[in-house]
Design a protein around this ligand. Structure first.
Ligand code: CMP
Length: 437
């Protein structure tokens, strides 16, 4: 009975010492060992204790060791795979090759390591599956740990492929996209290194490009790919660059032309409908409307895109066809201040165009936005033939200015010039365009 209690207390003592060492002392001095190491150390201590006990009881250890060596060899042979898994598990845990929480690629699907056990590693895929991988397979095979690099933040490079007509010079495509993508804040896209575009190759008579960006939240890969594609598509459309389709020889030329003509007519109709919805343009004749409709350029923006930037030189007047845009004043040393939200049928960008000043505020797409824009020269031409539109515009500016000036003054480092009166504004506009009454 006494021996029994001694053995039980010794086992408990070994367990408790292991517990104290691995769960209290080591974490306190800043070292955390995997559970598996604790288990192995305790097992070895049990075996040593067992041998000591047997020896105390007068058992011949040398014969046991010989027998057990043969036994071990037999067991090891029979349990090759299991031992491989166990040792694999031990190795993975000790050298930290793969850690719980790491993202790995399993059969091409991004997955996260949930648990590393004695025999296997549990992995949860983005498709809501749990995959059990034997540890020996991880040790023998090739495992890609996604987004991980020594001393670097977690970010994984993604490549989005698209094709553009070879008639558009590659330098223009690359510059357009790089410039647009640099400043757009898209969730889960790293700022540094920023997105870049490369000409990847030539395929089906087109030029094939890769837009590469760094993903910071690995769970959101497809969603973020989609957001980046939306921005990419919008910026290409704004630049008048079309995503190319696979090239084929088409013989129905005349039918195609008729189709193109119908598409063009429909587009002009859409523009006219939008122009009629803008109060200021109701004075225009049908012919004048048509002329402006012809000159408009389609400019779509994805949510978050900067449509025009405060301080920039103005080239366009924008008319919103669909969606909402936020007008924000950006003080020098403070975060952007929301001044107003503009909706379909409203225009913006008139202040800088009419006064010759730099853009007074930044306008950002609050939702996906479809705009049409009129170039400065055409706008000037319109004002020359229709001075009453300049007067109407100056009224709009006068109604918008107070809100803008209020925010400007609140953040001004030095007192600015007094708020311009409408008459003053009108004369500045006239001066800028060289208009006479
Ligand atoms: P512009 O200065 O060319 O560029 C920024 C544009 O934001 C500006 O023209 C106006 O069209 C618009 N804007 C500025 N202040 C307001 C406001 N208070 N309400 C609506 N739009 C504004």
């Amino acid at each position: 009975m006494q021996t029994f209690f001694r053995i039980v207390s010794a086992i408990a003592l070994i367990r408790l010492s292991g517990f104290a060492a691995f769960r209290l002392v080591l974490p306190l001095i800043g070292r955390e060992w995997p559970r598996i190491v604790e288990d192995v150390v305790i097992l070895v201590l049990y075996v040593i204790y067992g041998f000591v006990q047997l020896r105390g009881a007068g058992v011949d250890l040398s014969s046991i060791v010989t027998t057990s060596a043969i036994l071990t060899a037999v067991i090891a042979f029979a349990m090759q795979d299991t031992l491989g898994n166990l040792l694999g598990g031990l190795a993975i845990q000790i050298d930290n090759t793969v850690q719980v929480g790491d993202w790995v690629s399993v059969d091409g699907v991004g997955s996260q390591v949930r648990d590393i056990r004695w025999r296997s590693t549990l992995i949860e895929t983005r498709n809501w599956e749990t995959v059990v991988i034997p540890n020996s397979q991880i040790m023998k095979g090739r495992v890609a740990i996604l987004g991980k690099r020594e001393g670097q933040p977690l970010q994984w490079r993604r490549s989005l492929r698209f094709m553009v007509d070879p008639r558009v010079p590659p330098a223009r495509v690359i510059a357009t996209i790089n410039e647009e993508m640099r400043d757009v804040p898209i969730a889960n896209v790293a700022r540094a290194p920023g997105p870049t575009t490369v000409l990847h190759g030539f395929a089906q008579g087109n030029l094939e490009y890769d837009l590469r960006y760094w993903l910071t939240e690995l769970l959101e890969d497809e969603l973020t790919d989609s957001m980046v594609r939306v921005h990419l598509f919008a910026s290409l459309q704004r630049a008048g660059i079309r995503i190319a389709e696979e090239q084929r020889t088409i013989h129905a030329v005349s039918r195609d032309e008729a189709h193109a003509d119908a598409v063009r007519k429909r587009e002009i109709g859409r523009r006219l409908e939008m122009l009629r919805g803008v109060d200021l343009f109701t004075v225009l004749s049908e012919e004048e409307m048509n002329e402006i409709a012809e000159r408009l350029q389609y400019a779509p923006f994805a949510r978050g895109d900067v449509i025009t930037k405060q301080g920039n030189i103005a080239h366009w007047l924008y008319i919103i066809m669909f969606g909402e845009a936020e007008v924000r004043y950006e003080p020098q040393h403070a975060s952007p201040q929301l001044i107003s939200t503009l909706r379909a049928g409203q225009f913006f960008g008139e202040m800088a165009l009419l006064t010759g000043d730099a853009r007074s505020a930044t306008v950002v797409a609050k939702t996906d936005v479809e705009c049409y824009r009129l170039d400065g020269k055409s706008f000037q031409g319109l004002l020359l033939t229709r001075p009453e539109i300049a007067e109407g515009m100056s009224r709009v500016i006068s109604s918008r200015r107070p809100d803008l000036d209020k925010v400007r003054e609140a953040f001004a480092t030095q007192p600015g010039p007094a708020v311009s009166e409408q008459a003053d504004l009108l004369s500045r506009i006239r001066r800028f365009f060289g208009l006479r009454r």
